[in-house]
Design a protein around this ligand. Structure first.
Ligand code: SF4
Length: 142
């Protein structure tokens, strides 16, 4: 029996219930290579965006990462940050472990790269807010 996964599409508020069936890929008629696109069938999506999301979520799920980092020389102890793109779900824990050692140095502006190329994935961690220098000039937290 083919693996079947069910989940709610989160691309828009309508929240369609998607059923994704994954079958053994058939060989392409021309090249003979496995045709993975036809091997993943999405049912229940009211639009094409849901089909794309369903295929991605069932085969290689992605998640955005938001967290906070310790700061140095700043007016507060933690800085909220977010990933510049979604990363593979199975790498989230590794990413959090890597970020635990990162210290955001003030000053920073919202959108600045705080850490480049997270885990070699080509994804940066960006400041989600401005980070001002501590009025006491250089006092650090954390
Ligand atoms: S399938 Fe389309 S309409 Fe349904 S929730 Fe996803 S994006 Fe919205």
């Amino acid at each position: 029996m083919s693996p079947v996964k069910q989940f709610t599409c989160i691309v828009c508020p309508r929240g369609c219930l998607l059923t994704v069936e994954i079958t053994e890929p058939a060989a392409d008629a021309v090249s003979g290579a496995p045709n993975y696109l036809d091997a993943v069938r999405v049912v229940g999506a009211a639009c094409g965006r849901g089909v794309v999301y369903g295929r991605q979520e069932a085969t290689a799920p992605l998640r955005s990462l938001t967290t906070t980092l310790r700061t140095s020389g700043a007016d507060r102890p933690r800085l909220p940050v977010r990933s510049s793109a979604d990363l593979p779900l199975e790498r989230l824990l590794d990413a959090c472990i890597a970020l635990d050692t990162v210290v955001a140095q003030a000053p920073l502006r919202c959108g600045d790269v705080v850490m480049a190329d997270l885990l070699g994935l080509g994804i940066d961690m960006l400041a989600s807010d401005d980070l001002a220098v501590c009025p006491a000039n250089g006092a650090s937290h954390g």
